[in-house]
Design a binder for this molecule. Structure first.
Ligand code: PEP
Ligand code: MG
Length: 591
């Protein structure tokens, strides 16, 4: 392996795709773009603006070229990221701001670009939501590309990728993948990023281990070092010792074995030993996750978070854009159902094209169905596209953040009007498309009987139900210790929801994060849930546990957790007990 004399160093970040990768580091460097900030006189402003426009034109051509290259290699998803960059580049307001800086501040184009970038990124960095911060990174990447053209730097050359490399970079821009032969890349490690960054998304879809948020990794290596990426632990080891290398070689083999073993459960039916069918479905944010969901054995999509179609852009998605995404997803997932949640914007997910600017308390503000009913045109556009897609497979519409019956009625009326419009235009759709309600706030939980009379199915969003019932901001680390899915209040609410739903003859499921924990999934089995929807990669493990469990086990576990009255030590003891029954699944699984 050509060991160097260098010391072993461990870097910690956030694992975004599990698994172990070992390879030589390929450092993707971002060239330092230094320039001289210059003040200019009035007479030169127009000349600077033309320089800027020329650079914009060249950047556009470069992005179109990258997009073409990606498409010709079948990398459709990466190409769609480049589309996002093209949209940013074509954002007139953004570029007018740079021109204004040239005119008003009397500075050269490079300096104006940098000023605009700093001001915008400052605003993005204060946002709580990772996804929105990531979109700030998109703007930075686009403006840096423009800066490179302004400075006349040559485009980055295609990297020679040897066999078995791990890519190390400060950040991965969509176009960067165009420079690589992805088939040879074993892993990714970047200084910045989060679970929703491009690196994470690319790694997820390629199915290779990745760690982000490693802070200074790329500046601490030269390239060519042996690097271990542990996507499970979120660590990167540079120049591992012989011992470490041996240990990770074993871990890699073990991990592959586990994945292979778990994947054997993917095609099997999701039912308990005594034949109780508990459907396991996937939560996805992007259409390109559909094949992954299928590979992990999802029996359909239980939650497609469509608000991601609205984020990171300035304009609203058109009906055709919505329709193409939905049709592609529905066709791919068919014959299983695809549950399309209408846009859940507002609160921590603010789109630039829709909604209010500032609210004093966004978590209690214009969010989910409230915003959709206020912004009827955008809602109608989305509903038209969903209904059109229902012609291609089984579609279910899911309404987020419903807190009273009137919201459900109003949404259903709108759906009926859209159906009439489609019929008038002779556009085909499924007239029996189901409309479900998310139970995410205590008020809707307590009127489940009323909602269940008029909705076709119910889905419990525990992430929010816990937040609103226990009064703990789900993004606030200071109160994270209070986030207790087994708090008696949550258990009582959930029991009521299931009971009332079933009395009305309607199906009910859970689509919050907790559904992916085998321990909670057994508790939900005990409650009599009909569906659990979770991150695709969690499905095989939950399925393996369920297939070895009985309804009776679920019921007695539910009794025990109710008896524990929210005492975490008793919950831990129960987990220990279950670890004896399911040794492979409870040892490694986290609470
Ligand atoms: C939930 O609240 O549990 C849920 C699934 O919705 P989101 O996480 O998108 O708010
Ligand atoms: Mg929610």
């Amino acid at each position: 392996m050509g060991r160097r004399n260098n010391r072993e160093e461990v870097f910690r970040g956030t694992g975004v795709f599990p698994g172990v990768a070992i390879g030589k580091a390929l450092l993707l460097e971002t060239p330092g773009l230094s320039f001289t900030p210059r003040r200019i006189s009035h007479v030169l402003t127009e000349a600077e603006i033309s320089r800027l426009r020329e650079a914009l034109k060249e950047t556009r051509e470069e992005l179109l070229d990258i997009r073409e290259r990606l498409l010709s290699r079948g990398l459709r998803k990466e190409a769609s990221f480049v589309d996002v960059h093209l949209q940013i580049l074509e954002d007139r307001m953004l570029m007018e701001e740079v021109e204004e800086a040239i005119r008003e501040e009397l500075v050269n184009a490079e300096w104006a670009l940098e000023m605009t970038m700093k001001r915008l990124l400052g605003a993005f960095e204060t946002m709580d939501e990772d996804y929105i911060r990531e979109r700030g990174q998109d703007i930075r990447q686009v403006l840096q590309r423009v800066l490179r053209h302004l400075l006349g730097y040559p485009p980055p050359t295609l990297q020679e990728v040897g066999e078995g490399v791990v890519v190390v970079a400060h950040d991965l821009a969509p176009g960067d993948v165009a420079q690589l032969d992805v088939a040879e890349v074993k892993g990714f490690a970047t200084d910045v990023g989060s679970t929703t960054s491009h690196t994470a998304i690319v790694a997820k879809s390629l199915g290779i281990p990745a760690v982000v948020a490693l802070r200074e990794l790329s500046s601490r290596i030269k390239g060519g070092e042996t690097v271990i990426i542990d996507g499970q632990q979120g660590t990167v080891i540079v120049n591992p010792s012989e011992g470490t290398l041996r240990e990770y070689e074993l871990r890699r083999q073990h991990y592959r074995f586990l994945v292979r073993e778990l994947l054997k459960y993917a095609p099997l039916p999701s039912e308990t030993l005594d034949g109780y069918p508990l459907a396991l479905r996937a939560n996805i944010e992007f259409v390109h996750e559909a094949p992954v969901a299928k590979q992990y054995g999802a029996e359909g999509i239980g939650l497609y978070r469509t608000e991601y179609l609205f984020l990171g852009r300035v304009d609203l998605p058109s009906e055709e854009e919505h329709f193409h995404s939905y049709r592609q997803l529905v066709t791919e997932i068919s014959p299983h159902p695809t549950t399309i949640r209408t846009f859940d914007l507002g609160g921590e997910k603010q789109a630039r094209s829709i909604g209010t600017s500032k609210e004093r308390n966004p978590a209690l503000g214009l969010k989910g169905i409230r915003l959709a009913l206020k912004e009827k045109e955008a809602f109608r556009t989305q509903l038209r596209a969903i209904l059109r897609a229902s012609h291609y497979g089984k579609v279910r519409i899911l309404l987020p953040m419903v807190c009273c019956l009137q919201e459900l009625r109003e949404a259903k009326e709108l759906i009926e009007r859209v159906k009439e419009d489609l019929s008038r235009d002779s556009i085909p759709f499924d007239p029996h498309v189901e409309v479900g309600v998310m139970i995410e706030v205590p008020s809707s939980a307590l009127i489940t009987d009323l909602l269940a009379q008029e909705a076709d199915f119910l889905s419990i969003g525990t992430n929010d139900l816990i937040q609103y019932t226990l009064a703990i901001d789900r993004q606030n680390e200071n109160v994270a210790y209070l986030y207790q899915p087994l708090h008696p209040a949550i258990l009582r609410l959930m029991e009521v929801i299931v009971q009332r739903a079933h009395e009305a003859g309607k199906e009910v499921g859970v689509c919050g994060e907790v559904a992916s924990d085998p321990f909670y999934s057994l508790v939900f089995l005990g409650m009599g849930m009909d569906e659990l929807s979770m991150a695709p990669s969690a499905i095989p493990r939950v399925k393996r546990v369920l297939r070895k469990a009985t309804q009776e086990l679920g019921r007695s576990l539910l009794k025990e957790v109710l008896r524990a009255q929210g005492d975490c030590r008793r919950e831990a003891a129960l987990r220990q007990e279950l670890a004896k029954l399911f040794p492979e699944d409870f040892v490694t699984c986290q609470a």
